[in-house]
Design a protein around this ligand. Structure first.
Ligand code: GAR
Length: 189
């Protein structure tokens, strides 16, 4: 059995799609959802899905090894960042080298880096007059959005699209591809 730990700071729609995708799968399981945000929508989703939740604060995350040790003790095979907004501490990145992935709602290396998340990305894409956008799934290193790319998918951005229109197209791509890319990484390495 391969075990996934999901990190999320927000609504958690991707976390839910991933958990649903592996429900009743006897090879892969979402073991744990971790969040820094006690108000995050992902927490209600996790409860509904009967997945344990761990909430942590900045001190625990950056000043102790508690999270890394817990993930090691639970024999986590893959850490998946699904709308998680904090930079990972170097000790966690090192302990799970090439076993941490992130999804970004744009075609990296464009529209990445600190502060580029969620709707800020779609606003920048529209303001920049881009004709296409997309999603990037990549390995995580110690910098924002800079690890090796695993997968990208594109969508058209029409001249009349608002950032909300782009967000909807991106969410469709994320829900369609993210669980499958995870399955591929775990089961066909
Ligand atoms: C997703 O669009 C994800 O790509 C983005 O946050 C959203 C989370 O949505 N991540 C980033 O912007 C990271 N830089 P969700 O909470 O509904 O899954």
């Amino acid at each position: 059995m391969k075990r996934i730990a999901l990190f999320a700071s927000g609504s958690g729609s991707n976390a839910e799609k991933i958990a649903e995708y592996f429900t009743n799968n006897d090879e892969v399981k979402v073991s744990l959802i971790l969040s820094n945000n006690p108000k995050a929508g992902v927490i209600d989703r996790a409860r509904r899905l009967h997945i344990p939740v761990l909430l942590f604060d900045r001190h625990t995350f950056y000043q102790t090894d508690e999270i890394t040790e817990l993930l090691q003790n639970q024999q986590i095979d893959l850490i998946v960042l699904a709308g998680f907004l904090w930079l990972l501490p170097p000790s966690l990145v090192k302990a799970f080298e090439r076993r941490i992935i992130n999804i970004h709602p744009a075609l990296l290396p464009k529209f990445g880096g600190k502060g580029m998340y969620g709707h800020f990305v779609h606003e920048a894409v529209v303001a920049g007059g881009e004709t296409e956008s997309g999603i990037t799934i990549h390995y995580v290193n110690e910098k924002y959005d800079e690890g090796d790319v695993i997968f990208q998918a594109k969508c058209v951005v029409e001249p009349t699209d608002t950032p909300e229109d782009v967000a909807k197209k991106i969410q469709v791509l994320e829900h369609q591809h993210f669980p499958k890319v995870i399955a591929d990484l775990l089961l066909n390495p």
